[in-house]
Design a protein around this ligand. Sequence first.
Ligand code: COA
Length: 151
Amino acid sequence: MSLTILRTAKADDIETMWRIDKECFEEEIAFTPDIFYYHLLVKSDPAFIAEKNHKVVGFVLTSHNENGAGLIVTIDVVKSARRKGVASLLIEKAENAHTKKGALLMRLQTGITNDKAIAFYNKHRYSNLGVIKNYYGQGKDAFLFEKRLNR
Ligand SMILES: CC(C)(COP(=O)(O)OP(=O)(O)OC[C@H]1O[C@@H](n2cnc3c(N)ncnc32)[C@H](O)[C@@H]1OP(=O)(O)O)[C@@H](O)C(=O)NCCC(=O)NCCS
């Protein structure tokens, strides 16, 4: 069994994060590289990489809203490393980072048909606040999830 190492994401990771995101999502939804540049290099938002055997197996990219709530922009794990607790480690790291910055809440959106992500956020005690119509484009709705952080 190999250990999962977590570390802060850096500029050198952007290409890998973009590649993994393209593997995880269909083309219309996957991020373009400028999203990663903006969050990591312009905003210095918290983002963390998970590695196993020196290979990147997942990441979490976060931000915050104008009220200071932490936002999960995305959390992606490569197929071969799923269901082994990698995303759970990443989301805990992200929640801790935002708690330290004074956030009271974490929020995120996920597609209403993304059953894996919905099960994942339920497991991590996120509450479903309802549907955002056409969030990912015409006819592609999202659920808004929220979790109160323990301080
Ligand atoms: C959603 C995702 C990040 C989960 O990553 P992961 O590393 O496999 O998650 P974990 O192993 O930490 O899973 C923790 C819990 O989430 C739930 N879960 C995760 N994947 C699941 C699946 N395929 N089916 C049902 N429940 C699932 C389970 O409750 C699981 O606990 P268990 O394994 O003890 O039953 C991963 O499937 C992924 O990268 N999907 C594509 C990208 C994506 O949709 N990201 C969400 C963006 S909003």
